[in-house]
Design a protein around this ligand. Structure first.
Ligand code: ADP
Length: 477
């Protein structure tokens, strides 16, 4: 049987638009699938950044209109190739000329439009998929539409895979909004279909109507079957447990390559780590830290939300700063956390560096220049930061949840094995114990060298994930 043709549909993706880990996955997966012999293409909104940066490279496939409830809406489909992968962009300036996520009801409307536009676009593009690989709630209404209103449009029975990257965001709204925009009959507003917790829910609809469901780590696949992590989706996920799989994400090992990364000052490999010191010195100077190079630097590159365990950091950081350490944060998000880090930076200028904002190039320098990466997440579907850090010989200190369990092998002081440090309970003192263990290993040069090597050599590439996706796609046909 020939390999299936797969259309990956998502709200964002590298190398075009990124606000978080979803974009990294949507960037790396098609490339790795191609290498594994799977014909993959990507469809996403034509966000304003794409309009600004790629307008001249885009070719128009079709322009048309369709009905979104009572509204007649424009649909442009444009295409270009990047890295040998065909990309299709859904163009409509009413929805995609501002932020990638407009927030609140407007965001629901933005992505209800996107779901229907994708269904319309499928018969207009020159790529006929066997599998639609849908990602997160922004694509959540596509399975219901494909199986109902669009069922007769497709000659072949397209199969539907829905991947949960983060179950915290579900696309919830009053049913009247969904009905008004997609003409969905009232009987879908029931717990059997699109209703959850008293409102219409795009992720719920996806979990009901998709053929298979995947999430981004085996650990998270297990966790989301219970209410604490499942956030209302645990019932449908438990009912469909035989259709749920966890496939660990990987990272783009070309984009994150300490041996060739143009963003960093000195290149290094697992066999020769000498230049990591240069990266550390450059990072120290960039953040104006007044420390010796022997002082360990703990970094964070993160969205500033409670998911990332920032309450533990807020609780314990001043205690941590009593030790001989420096701390660097690159992040943006909730104002309360931003304020806290501004306060810390003002109070401890010699040993803390804080950059509030989103900066991909700076992120590379932080990963390369730090000694440790702190990631005490409350929950973590997979997490990429800890894998990127490992690739740069920067040892992650993580909480044992979701994908962090699957990707960080905790240091074993008896064998010297491991790729990082971890703690279990969501508690600041437990986190501090893990940090202190990391700091003690830092002082043991041989142990540190070994852990760094292990971390750099661990296979976090997308190759492994792509093989698993390929097997899953094949099993769906
Ligand atoms: P999530 O997708 O939940 O935000 P992940 O760890 O899966 O978390 O992926 C986060 C990705 O976004 C990583 O590639 C990380 O380097 C990047 N990132 C997060 N915050 C920033 C920031 N402020 N600047 C640059 N890159 C960031």
């Amino acid at each position: 049987m020939s390999a299936p043709r797969v259309l990956i549909v998502a709200s964002e993706g590298m190398p075009f638009v990124k606000t978080g880990g979803l974009a990294d996955v949507v960037g790396a997966l098609p490339k790795a699938l191609k290498e594994a012999g799977v014909d993959a293409a990507v469809m996403m909104p034509k966000h304003s950044k794409i309009r600004r940066e790629h307008q001249d490279e885009l070719e128009t496939v079709a322009t048309t209109t369709f009905h979104l409830g009572w509204r007649e809406k424009y649909l442009g489909i444009q295409t270009m190739e990047a890295g040998g992968i065909p990309y299709y962009f859904i163009d409509n300036e009413d929805y995609f000329s501002g932020a990638v996520y407009l927030g609140g009801d407007t965001e629901n409307e933005q992505y209800l439009y996107f779901c229907k536009a994708v269904c319309e676009a499928l018969s207009l593009i020159d790529f006929s998929p066997d599998i639609l690989h849908l990602n997160d709630w922004h694509t959540g209404m596509i399975p219901l539409l494909v199986r109902t209103q669009y069922a007769e449009r497709f000659e072949k029975n397209v199969r539907l895979l829905f991947t949960i990257h983060n179950i915290q965001f579900q696309g919830m709204m009053g049913f009247e909004v969904m009905k008004d925009m997609l003409n969905i009959p009232d009987f879908y507003n029931t717990p059997e279909f699109a209703e959850a917790g008293g409102c219409a829910n795009m992720m719920k609809a996806a979990l009901v109507f998709s053929d298979k469901i995947s999430t981004v780590s085996p650990g998270y696949a297990h966790e989301i079957m219970n209410a604490y992590f499942g956030l209302g989706m645990e019932g449908i996920l438990s009912a469909r447990r035989h259709d749920v799989v966890g496939i660990l994400n990987g990272i783009d090992t070309e984009e994150f390559d300490p041996g060739a990364d143009p963003a960093i000052l000195g290149h290094f490999t697992a066999a020769n780590l000498t230049n990591k010191r240069l990266c550390k010195r450059a990072l120290r100077d960039e953040f104006d830290l007044d420390i010796r190079l022997t002082t360990p630097i703990i970094g964070m590159v993160t969205r500033l939300t409670s998911q990332k365990g920032l309450d533990l950091v807020r609780y314990a950081l001043e205690e941590l700063l009593q030790e001989d350490v420096a701390f660097i944060l690159l992040g943006s998000g909730d104002a309360a956390y931003q304020d806290f880090f501004h306060y810390i930076a003002a109070k401890y200028p010699a040993r803390t560096g804080v950059y509030i904002g989103y900066d991909e190039v700076l992120a590379h320098r932080v990963y390369a220049g730090c000694d440790f990466l702190l990631m005490p997440s409350r929950f973590e579907p997979c997490g990429l930061s800890q894998m990127i850090a490992q690739r740069y010989g920067t040892l992650p200190i993580v909480r044992k949840t979701g994908g962090l369990v699957d990707t960080v092998e905790p240091y074993n002081k008896f064998t010297g094995e491991g790729t990082g440090f971890s703690f279990g309970t969501f508690n600041a003192h437990d986190m501090m114990a893990a940090v202190r263990l990391a700091l003690s290993v830092y002082r043991d040069k041989a142990a540190l060298r070994k852990l760094r090597k292990n971390a750099m050599l661990s296979d976090n590439s997308f190759k492994r994930s792509a093989e698993q996706y390929k097997a899953l796609y094949k099993s769906m046909r």
